[in-house]
Design a protein. Structure first.
Lengths: 264, 280
């Protein structure tokens, strides 16, 4: 008699595996082929996870067509099944998966559109954060300000793409003008995706501002962020950039000036 | 405890519930949709200010040979501590194996080994959550050859050994009975009625498998007449319990769910009145 672990491994293999599973031999027919009984479960697993991906990636679905999206989802679910039960956390790897699919070769921007949709999904569900209190800045020790690191709200994603993925996204909303066309060569774009209150928002950043924020988001200090941003655009104004950042609800909790390597 | 019928809260109805405060005695939410921050949780907390809520979890995979995911248990505990729900329920099933999550309530072989493992997992979950769970009977489409223990006996023994309560889903009893050739009345007769703390009601559909008609528990329509009959039988046998109308696919307007819940409540009232008349 197979153990519980063996039964579960066999059914798991039949549901999302290679298809070579001995589970049917463990199942009573009772008037229906055991394989057909297992197929009911297999069908539901694929259908429900495809529904979850459709809901996270409506624009990708529209770009590739619903039928082809179902085909892609089936292969993606088998290759990269969920690892946990919260479905809003499932599907981040779809962008990379799409870019490796030869059939998506004529939609070179589809991977970055998927990254934008994932960032929107992430922002919608991210943990709530207390916006940074601007008064906290007044208590900063000027001697430590060069090494200042800032903490971004969990909802924030920075995304850069050679394609105008924001206009592609907007043109593929249900209420968009169906006659509107997008010039796919009008890139690159640098985007910031975040949640303000209950609203998920995204906006373009200038290349230097993007570099500035990306380094801060990755935990880099203020002086390195400012110098790399100045390398992108010699006219970069760090004071104006900080002012924008502090008034945008994308930062959280008190700034940390006690990072490694800073003067004590 | 609310003995009148509540409904499952679905995201498409949330704005209407907040704006119109419909006359619904309580709502059930799916835990895994709220293990996050953001507007969904904020809306739920507004609803919680006016309605009792029951938390229905689908992701603990209590039948898994590999045990319960401690991280998921911690997240669930945090949600329950925040919401303070009137009931917390899970399923007699598994959904995780080898690091994959299948998003489906998969069947357990009803063996002594699986029972021991299920008991252990439920005990761990109840310890982790700091409260008793209700365990729901699943809809089944297959029976494992090695299953030696009838499902209601498996459930009764689970409840006896863990102290868990039971959530008796009458649609699932019907679907399983038709699909596996069981007698639903005999099934209910074998359940320990005093352990049942909640009923679920939902719709199902009919599909073809290998040329044979099978029932699929899709929660996509009104409760079937046969399931209302089972519910009436359960009320007569055990008396009323908090009852929930579930609807998860092709979700209709809120008033349709309220209409189903009202029908369940009127059955409770009719049968209680009849019981009182008989007792008098």
């Amino acid at each position: 008699m197979p153990s519980l672990a063996e039964v579960q491994a066999s059914l798991a293999e039949a549901l999302l595996g290679s298809g070579r599973s001995d589970v049917a031999a463990m199942v009573a027919g009772d008037g229906v082929a055991p394989e057909a009984r297992v197929d009911i479960y297999r069908h539901h697993v694929l259908a429900s996870l495809t529904t979850a991906l459709r809901s996270t990636y409506p624009v990708v679905r529209r770009l590739v067509g619903d039928g082809f999206f179902g085909y892609i989802a089936h292969h993606f679910i088998t290759a990269r099944p969920p690892t946990g039960p919260c479905l809003f956390e499932y599907g981040e790897a779809l962008a990379d998966f799409l870019e490796r699919l030869p059939a998506c070769g004529d939609l070179p921007y589809v991977g970055d559109v998927a990254r934008l949709e994932w960032a929107l999904n992430h922002a919608l569900h991210a943990e709530d954060a207390v916006p940074l209190d601007l008064d906290a800045l007044r208590s900063l020790d000027p001697a430590h300000v060069d090494g200042l690191t800032l903490r971004f709200a969990p909802s924030v994603t920075l995304l850069s793409s050679p394609w105008p993925i924001d206009t592609i996204w907007s043109a593929n909303q249900v209420d968009a003008d169906p006659e509107a066309t997008v010039d796919a060569s009008r890139g690159p774009v640098q985007l910031q995706i975040s949640r303000r209150g209950d609203d998920v928002v995204f906006r373009r950043l200038a290349p230097a501002a993007y570099t500035f924020r990306r380094i801060l988001l990755e935990g880099g200090g203020l002086s390195r962020a400012a110098s790399e941003a100045a390398g992108v655009d010699a006219a970069f104004d760090v004071i104006a950039a900080l002012h924008d950042l502090f008034t945008e609800d994308v930062l959280t909790s008190p700034p940390d000036t006690s990072g490694p390597g800073e003067p004590v | 405890m609310r003995t009148v019928a509540g409904i499952g809260l679905r995201s498409v109805h949330v704005a209407e519930v907040i704006a119109c405060s419909p006359s619904v005695p309580w709502f059930e939410i799916h835990a895994e949709n709220y293990l996050c921050g953001g507007p969904a949780l904020r809306s739920l907390e507004r609803i919680l200010a006016s309605y009792p809520v029951s938390v229905h979890a689908v992701g603990l995979s209590l039948g898994s040979a590999e045990g319960v995911d401690r991280r998921h248990l911690r997240r669930l505990r945090a949600l329950i501590d925040r919401l303070q729900p009137m009931l917390v329920s899970e399923h007699l099933s598994w959904s995780t194996a080898g690091g994959k999550y299948f998003n489906h309530l998969l069947p357990v072989p009803y063996t002594p080994e699986a029972l021991d493992r299920f008991v252990e997992n439920v005990q761990r979950a109840q310890d982790g959550l700091g409260r008793a769970l209700l365990i729901e009977n699943p809809s089944s489409y297959l029976r494992f050859l090695e299953s030696a223990i009838p499902e209601p006996e498996f459930i009764a023994e689970l409840s006896r050994r863990t102290g868990c309560g039971l959530l008796c889903d009458l649609n699932n009893v019907y679907v399983t009975s038709v699909n596996l050739g069981l007698d639903p009345d005999a099934y209910l007769e074998a359940l320990p009625g005093d352990r049942i703390a909640e009923f679920h009601l939902a719709g199902h559909c009919r599909n073809d498998a290998d040329g044979v008609s099978v029932l699929i528990d899709d929660h996509g329509s009104r409760v079937a007449p046969e399931v209302w009959d089972l519910y009436a039988g359960a009320l007569t046998r055990w008396g009323p319990r908090p009852t929930l109308i579930e609807w998860d696919t092709a979700i209709p307007a809120l008033h349709v769910l309220m209409d189903e819940a009202q029908h369940a409540t009127s059955l409770v009232n009719t049968l209680s009145a009849r019981a009182h008349a008989l007792a008098g």
